[in-house]
Design a protein. Structure first.
Length: 264
């Protein structure tokens, strides 16, 4: 269940108690690591290596130039900036405040702000943004975020709500499998020290069938699931094949006519 926090711990509303789909320990961990977000040799080295291939994979299925795109769980802005450079009008949201601060500063340092491709970074949950702006986005991205929240199905439902009819959605996460336990947790966190220990909890990893069900229950349509293989020694990324450990899922929000046709 989502945790219930009072204003003052996380500033979302000053007057009321708000239920947030948030694990404060996860937010604190990302806050502690925020200053190293843009260091390609640091704690987020795997994300730097994965970012380019995943951007290409997304753009091959959804040309983003001129589109309204939201990056759910944007952190320090790696994907967010890449999509802005590709011509998208990007909103990046996260509930860890220090990574957002880093993202805003890096946006200025990289020249995106003065290049008329300003990114709108916001401290807000996916569920809150979906209530505020339903059907606003052409493309919704939620990468490496679902395994860090208490209720991933709620985030997926919010993503579907944020997409316009016909909009494209892209998710990435880690399979709950023996291979993922050995490679993504034991190997990456305890043997190779690619990630800080405790970054991932095995019980929060999500099987592809579970994520696909979350999408369908929320009214979306799964269009593709592909595995992601990362070699930490060569720092190469291959997308395709079985989703044994890391994987990407593409979906779309049906148009009203599509939904009607499917019911006939």
């Amino acid at each position: 269940m989502p945790v219930r926090l009072r204003s003052g711990k996380i500033t979302v509303s000053e007057a009321t108690e708000i239920e947030l789909n948030l694990d404060p320990r996860e937010a604190d961990a990302f806050n502690r690591q925020a200053s190293r977000w843009w260091d390609p040799q640091g704690d987020f080295r795997p994300l730097h290596d994965l970012n380019g291939p995943r951007v290409e994979w997304i753009r091959a299925q959804a040309p983003v130039e001129g589109c309204a795109l939201v990056d759910i769980g944007c952190g320090g802005g790696l994907l967010t900036e890449a999509m802005a450079r590709a011509g998208a009008h990007v909103t990046g949201i996260d509930m860890a405040e220090k990574p957002l601060t880093v993202a805003r500063l890096h946006q200025i340092e990289s020249g995106l702000e003065s290049d008329h491709r300003q990114i709108d970074y916001r401290h807000i949950t996916a569920e809150q943004l979906a209530e505020e702006s339903p059907g606003r986005f052409d493309v919704v991205c939620c990468l490496e975020m679902l395994e860090h929240v208490p209720d991933p199905a709620s985030v997926v439902a919010a993503c579907i709500k944020l997409a316009r009819p016909g909009g494209k959605l892209f998710f990435s996460t880690i399979n709950r499998s023996p291979a993922a336990w050995g490679m993504a947790i034991v190997g990456a966190e305890y043997v190779l020290n690619l990630l800080p220990r405790g970054t991932h909890r095995y019980d929060r990893l999500i099987r592809p069938s579970e994520l696909a069900r979350f999408v369908r229950v929320a009214g979306g349509r799964v269009t593709k699931i592909e595995g992601v293989r990362y070699n930490p020694f060569s720092r190469t990324v291959t997308i395709g094949g079985s989703p044994r450990v890391n994987y990407l899922l593409a979906a779309e929000k049906p148009r009203a006519a599509d939904e009607t046709d499917g019911d006939e």
